[in-house]
Design a protein around this ligand. Structure first.
Ligand code: 13P
Length: 252
């Protein structure tokens, strides 16, 4: 059975205190929920990771990073390594978010290196990808997604996918209030599974969790999550409010 996951990407939001409060409130809000086979994840900004890990201790909530550098160490001012993250109890890292690709010029090639670093360190990644609006309008969305996956991930072995969670985030649906319809999400997730099966095996394809991200809200979460190939969500704006995030978790 595939693991269900609801992950909150906090992006550039929340001070140390705000992060603490949000995690504490979330802990309380979900403590009596039966969340069998479901992971609840939050991704605070780097400076608040260590304190967030402490606050989330002995709870269902996992704290993950929003990014990581591929090098072990060295002259890379402003960057953070896998080893540094592991040392504070962070084992999972979001990679390839469209905001990193757009504003920080992250390429598929750099992401392939980052994924390798994740695996070398026995960590896990939530790997994001997705097409631009112009790609979808030009009917190139399948092609774009296939090339993003093949450039950054398809050098891996099938067994490596145990450490990979995929997050399909169509760029036109991020922070815009415009969600992919449940049918569009299902269609793309099924396509992703099919190309993984073609490249690897049915077992690898069946076992990888594929999350949908892009304007998921309490009002649309249940319908999106009801689709057979959607295993959960990567949530931006709605993950900043405990009531909304809890409602989305309940919808899984
Ligand atoms: P929104 O939920 O705010 O659209 O953001 C989605 C996202 O980018 C999660 O990584």
């Amino acid at each position: 059975m595939r693991t269900k996951i609801v992950a909150g990407n906090w992006k550039l939001n929340n001070t140390k205190e705000e992060s603490k409060t949000l995690i504490k409130d979330l802990k309380k809000a979900i403590e009596d929920k039966k969340l069998k086979n479901t992971r609840v994840i939050v991704a605070p900004t780097f400076v608040n990771l260590a304190s967030s890990v402490k606050t989330a201790k002995k709870s269902k909530i996992e704290v993950v990073a929003q990014n990581m550098h591929q090098a072990k160490n060295g002259a890379y001012t402003g960057e953070v390594s896998a080893e540094m993250l592991k040392a504070i109890g962070v084992k999972t890292v979001i990679l390839g978010h469209s905001e990193r690709r757009t504003y920080f010029n992250e390429t598929d090639a750099a992401l392939a290196e980052k994924v390798n670093t994740i695996l070398e360190n026995k960590m896990e990644t939530i790997f994001c990808f997705g097409e631009l609006l112009e790609d979808r309008k030009a009917d190139k969305h399948f092609e774009v997604v296939e090339s993003q996956l093949s450039n950054a991930l398809f050098h891996l072995k099938g067994a490596d996918f145990k450490s990979i969670i995929l997050a399909y985030e169509p760029v036109w649906a991020i922070g815009t209030g415009e969600t992919a319809s449940p049918e569009q999400a299902q269609e793309m997730h099924a396509f992703i599974r099919s190309i993984i099966e073609k490249k690897y095996t049915k077992e690898v394809a069946d076992n990888v969790s594929i999350l949908y991200g892009g304007s998921v809200k309490p009002a649309n979460a249940e319908e999106i999550f009801s689709k057979p190939d959607v295993d959960g969500g990567l949530i931006g704006g709605a993950a900043l409010k405990v009531a909304d995030f809890t409602a989305i978790i309940k919808a899984i």
